[in-house]
Design a binder for this molecule. Structure first.
Ligand SMILES: [Zn+2]
Length: 284
């Protein structure tokens, strides 16, 4: 499709045309701390990718928003424990994620796992993955998508899986708005095309494109508690998984999570690149 026809078609959609890229705002008009009544979808590659946003997600859930977390892979590879099988690890990662979400107040049925293999996301059939993501976007109609930042102007380097998840999420956001893409979802499954109007992109390092910092001071404890469940990924559980960590190990996990929380102007924060506008311009 040519740009001109894309834009003219977009202007015909039912969404506010403040979505045009040249009008894209750099910060949410309403501060994130005041958001309510929104549907929020986070797309990540692994159980714990959402951990970078746990304070914000706990806040949004507490403020009357509906928060969904979608993880593309089962996380069935990342261990150095020689005793664990892929199946066991996938089960452990699922339980850890559900426990973490529970501490954030997010119901278990708001956790979606698409079941792809850990470490191989970029080698999956991209069209099939995007189709799956589009289906969830068209089911949930998110007002805001949280995702790995695919980069602004340049292509951001993330490790494998995160890199794939960044682009797959952006590509799915774009595809979801076009009725004739994956049109069987509309003609056969009763879904409706959807343009996600706003985005919160996250990074684990290199925060130079951030423009929005959420004050999570009141949600630090929830983030710490939630993060302490990922015992198969950190600490002694990484090499020798034990489903029943000692009190000291839990304490150490909590201290580790607390250490990862950033501070800005004396406040505990999580930072994002907020973007609102057409999915076509996510990277501009
Ligand atoms: Zn990850």
């Amino acid at each position: 499709m040519r740009l001109a026809s894309l834009l003219s078609a977009a202007l015909l959609c039912a969404f506010p045309c403040a979505a045009a890229p040249q009008m894209a705002s750099q910060k949410p008009e309403v501060p994130v701390e005041k958001w309510t009544g929104k549907t929020i979808l986070l797309i990540g590659a692994h159980a714990d990718d959402d951990a970078l946003s746990h304070g914000t997600l706990a806040m949004l859930q507490a403020h009357g928003n509906q928060v969904y977390v979608l993880t593309l892979t089962t996380g069935n590879v990342g261990t150095q424990d020689p005793k664990l099988s892929r199946r066991q690890l996938a089960d452990i990662r699922r339980q850890e994620e559900l426990a973490a979400l529970k501490d954030l107040g997010i119901p278990g049925d708001h956790y979606i796992n698409l079941g792809y293999d850990d470490g191989l996301l970029e080698f999956e059939d991209r069209k099939a993955v995007v189709e799956n993501l589009v289906r969830w976007i068209r089911k949930l109609h998110p007002d805001v998508l949280f995702a790995w930042d695919p980069g602004k102007v340049y292509q951001r380097w993330h490790k494998s899986d995160h890199r794939a998840a960044a682009y797959l999420a952006a590509d799915a956001a774009r595809a979801a708005m076009w009725r004739l893409l994956f049109e069987g979802q509309i003609t056969q499954e009763g879904l409706k095309e959807w343009m996600i109007p706003a985005y919160m992109f996250y990074n684990d390092t290199d925060y130079q494109d951030e423009n929005t910092w959420v004050d999570i001071t009141g949600f630090v404890e929830q983030r710490v508690n939630a993060g302490s469940h990922y015992i198969s990924q950190y600490g002694p559980g990484w090499k020798n998984y034990n489903p029943n960590p000692t009190e000291q190990q839990v304490k150490d996990m909590k201290a580790r999570v607390l250490d990862t929380i950033r501070t800005r102007d004396g406040k505990r924060i999580e930072g994002f690149r907020y973007y609102t506008g057409l999915p076509d311009s996510i990277g501009k």
